[in-house]
Write a protein that binds this ligand. Structure first.
Ligand SMILES: [Cu+2]
Length: 158
């Protein structure tokens, strides 16, 4: 009986651990960020290398310091023909898939971290190769904070 209880608690802990990992929006950022007084700030953006005509992804921390939820309504990059906000999900066959996020929301007074295995800005139809050391421009348009252009250095995921 005692052994059974121990096994049950180990299984419960494991489920809890994996559940915590898969809901990317609830994840705490690995670094603590100071929220801006108001509006949106982007911290530590970076992009994956990619081949000409291929794909890449941009990761960043979105710091929403305003008292309102903000929504990402548009994006563009001079290096990509198509840009989408993607989320990673468990396909249920042991593989992870990705799909366009239907919830481009950034809650008030909080940080949303985009990182490998979670939320990311997908760059498709690259019109040039992206190599380590290059820089990628990305323009984000939020319904509240408006338009902002960021520069993401290209580096390999570690
Ligand atoms: Cu993607």
């Amino acid at each position: 009986m005692k052994l059974n209880l121990t096994i049950v608690s180990i299984i419960t802990l494991t489920i809890f651990f994996f559940a915590g990992c898969s809901s990317e929006r609830a994840e705490e950022p690995q670094v603590q960020f100071e929220l801006p007084e108001d509006g949106i700030e982007i911290a530590d953006p970076w992009a994956r290398p990619g081949r000409d005509n291929g794909v890449s992804a941009i990761y960043m921390n979105v710091l929403n310091g305003s008292a309102e939820t903000d929504t990402l309504i548009a994006f563009s990059s001079p290096v990509a023909g198509l840009v989408e906000l993607h989320e990673t999900f468990d396909r249920g066959d042991g593989m992870m898939g990705m799909r366009e996020s239907e919830e481009p929301y950034f809650p008030a007074r909080s940080v949303v971290s985009m990182r490998p295995g979670g939320l990311h800005v997908m760059l498709m139809q690259l019109n040039r190769p992206l190599s380590e050391g290059d820089e990628v421009e990305l323009t984000l348009t939020f319904s509240g904070a408006g338009e902002m252009t960021i520069t993401a250095p290209v580096r390999s995921p570690n």
